[in-house]
Design a protein around this ligand. Structure first.
Ligand code: ZN
Length: 126
């Protein structure tokens, strides 16, 4: 089994819905997101997945969220913009990119971990 992980950061604001406490108020984070790919084999170049393609896909999602108020953006205009839901959003968006990218090896996203702060993170595992 091989694993490839890519890390990125972005800054954005949010306000939790259906929640009573400080986090229902507008506030921001320097978010860190890590996407993990897994697969049983590598291609002739020795790669599970191309970092260039991964970063391109990840940066599409980050460009959408970076320096925005996440509550204004679909699907978070209805869905609560929790770290858990944002992790799943990365998974959903990047999985459709991955499916559209031709590859010799079977590779999937096995987890998306997102940190709101250095000591608080949420993970989506499909
Ligand atoms: Zn927050």
């Amino acid at each position: 089994m091989f694993e490839v992980e890519v890390d990125e950061t972005f800054a954005a604001g949010h306000a939790l819905r259906h929640y009573r406490g400080k986090c229902e108020n507008v506030h921001g984070h320097n978010w860190r997101v890590m996407v993990t790919f897994t697969g049983d084999s590598v291609d002739k170049a020795g790669m599970l997945v191309d970092f260039v393609e991964v970063k391109k896909s990840m940066n599409k999602v980050i460009d959408y969220l970076d320096h925005q108020f996440i509550n204004d953006l679909k699907p978070f205009d209805e869905l609560s913009p929790s770290a858990e839901n944002i992790a799943k959003f990365f998974y959903d968006q990047m999985t459709s990119d991955l499916a559209a990218t031709p590859s010799d090896v079977a590779c999937k996203i096995s987890r998306v971990k997102i940190w709101e702060t250095d000591d608080a993170s949420a993970t989506y595992i499909p």
